[in-house]
Design a protein around this ligand. Structure first.
Ligand code: HEM
Length: 456
């Protein structure tokens, strides 16, 4: 590790230090091989080297931010924008005009357009769909067959997101297609991010052809959905109507490309993150059967014999704490990147203009400096009397600041309801062929989880 002082660009400004170089780099590849081989362990160890550390990824220097306070500072500062390698790898899917990739005034306008669909008061209207989908899973799993949890989790995630946010019967037939396309795209994008072979992905090999077919089909689906909604003449109070009626800064309707990119930029993160988290929740229920028993007891006390309803969710505090603890140990968004638009100071270190920064909610949320028995699954750490011990920004699975996930309330409601319903109905056990090791892609989830649902 080396630490150097750096002369400031502006005369008279304080002398800032160069962040130390992280240990363990190798010639040529720098730290890249560690980031590819065991990214979770690598990111989790970086705080031992400093609050901000330099990584060498091939010829490039990237700044890793390791403390809760400084990751919060990065997320809250306007000096760091959405850009960098993670976002570039997502661009073929998300486009350039959607809320997840836009910056500056365009991003602020887009957030204003989508926010009403996610605000706290809007969520109860989604309750009947969330409840229906949760009980549909209980029915589907009644046969006792082995569950391919990846397919089951992503399917329900896509169904809830699309049925709530783009209402209409025309969605029913299309959700299955969206699920299949997204599954192909997410595994392909992961490969493109960690093994960036550029032009080789254009070679017409079967895997590349399948990726391109899924990408084209998803874009086609979105165009069909928009066209069908317009043709129906209906304007339900949902996100799609908000997008179709949105105006730009001159009061003109927003362009077709922007509507298209917005739909993709909302469905895609909405499905991928929730799908990954449902997988992690089912793994947790299989690994800690006592949690399911306690959830069932809570549901019996709060709800009794009738089906769980959306209004019950805020009273299901133990179940919600199981969801929160799952998001702590298995944050679907395990890595985030930003780019500095100007030279900045971070924790006494100089960050040059144009620098790429990375930080890991996974590493921050498992740090022993922030959590006692940090690797242990303990939902009670979220009880009101204990939660105050958690340092600020040490638990931000939905991020903070202007890029904070718009869907935090929506997601917590959906995940709590679903967990209450399925854990009251079933115990889960892993079957042979299941591989629960983490699959580290754009999101984090169990690799290939196969479970049997045993009625309680
Ligand atoms: C952004 C996490 C569910 C839509 C984000 C970000 C995080 C996150 C960490 C911030 C990214 C950054 O700072 O660079 C999660 C988790 C979820 C979840 C853990 C579920 C467990 C959803 C759902 C939707 C959604 C259900 C939509 C239906 C979005 C969008 C953004 C975003 C549109 C971009 C916001 C912006 O850049 O202004 N999410 N998310 N997310 N999320 Fe979520």
């Amino acid at each position: 590790m080396t630490t150097e002082s750096v002369r400031p660009e502006t005369p008279g400004a304080p002398v800032l230090r160069e962040p130390p170089l992280a240990g363990g780099g190798v010639p040529l590849l720098g730290h890249g091989w560690k980031l590819v081989r065991d990214p979770l362990a690598f990111m989790s160890r970086l705080r031992d080297d400093g609050d901000v550390v330099r990584l060498r990824l091939g010829p490039k220097t990237v700044y890793a931010v390791t403390t809760p306070a400084l990751t919060g500072a990065v997320a809250l500062s306007p000096d760091y924008i959405i850009a960098g390698p993670l976002w570039e790898s997502l661009e073929s899917l998300l486009g350039k005009e959607g809320v997840a990739t836009a910056n500056g005034p365009l991003h602020r306008r887009q957030r204003r357009t989508i926010q009403p669909a996610f605000k706290l008061e809007a969520i109860p209207a989604y309750g009947p769909i969330m409840t229906e989908e949760a009980y549909a899973l209980v029915e589907r799993w009644r046969s006792g067959r082995v569950l391919d949890v990846t397919a089951e989790s992503f399917r329900v995630a896509v169904r809830v997101a699309t049925r709530c946010l783009m209402r209409g019967s025309y969605m029913d037939a299309r959700t299955e297609r969206i699920c299949a396309d997204l599954a192909t795209l997410f595994s392909g994008m992961y490969q493109r991010m960690v093994v960036p072979l550029g032009p080789l992905y254009k070679v017409p090999l079967p895997a590349n052809r399948e990726f391109n077919r899924a990408l084209a089909d998803l874009h086609l689906l979105v165009d069909e959905i928009v066209a069908d909604r317009r043709a129906s003449g209906q304007k339900p109070d949902d996100l799609l109507t908000a997008l179709l009626e949105a105006k730009d800064e001159n009061g003109e309707p927003i362009g077709e490309q922007e509507i298209h990119d917005q739909v993709i930029a909302i469905i895609t993160p909405g499905s991928e993150t929730i799908g990954a988290t449902i997988m992690s929740l089912l793994l947790v229920l299989a690994e800690h059967p006592e949690l399911g028993g306690k959830i069932r007891d809570e549901v019996e006390t709060v709800v009794g014999d009738r089906p769980v309803a959306f209004d019950d969710v805020r009273k299901l505090t133990y179940t919600a704490n199981v969801v929160t603890e799952t998001l702590r140990l298995y944050p679907a968004v395990w890595i985030l990147t930003r780019r500095a638009v100007t030279e900045t100071e971070l924790g006494g270190y100089r960050i040059p203009r144009g620098a790429d920064l990375i930080y890991s909610p996974y590493a921050v949320q498992r740090d022993h400096r922030s959590y006692g028995r940090h690797e242990e699954f303990d939902p009670d750490r979220w009880l009101p009397e204990r939660v105050k011990d958690v340092p600020k920004y040490a638990m931000s699975p939905f991020s903070v600041g202007n890029r904070k996930c718009p869907s935090d309330h929506f997601s917590m409601a959906e995940l709590t309801l679903l967990t209450a319903v399925v854990a009251s109905a079933y115990r889960f056990e892993q079957v042979s062929g299941s591989d629960a090791r983490p699959r580290i892609g754009i999101t984090l989830r169990p690799r290939r989880l196969m479970l049997r649902a045993l009625p309680r």
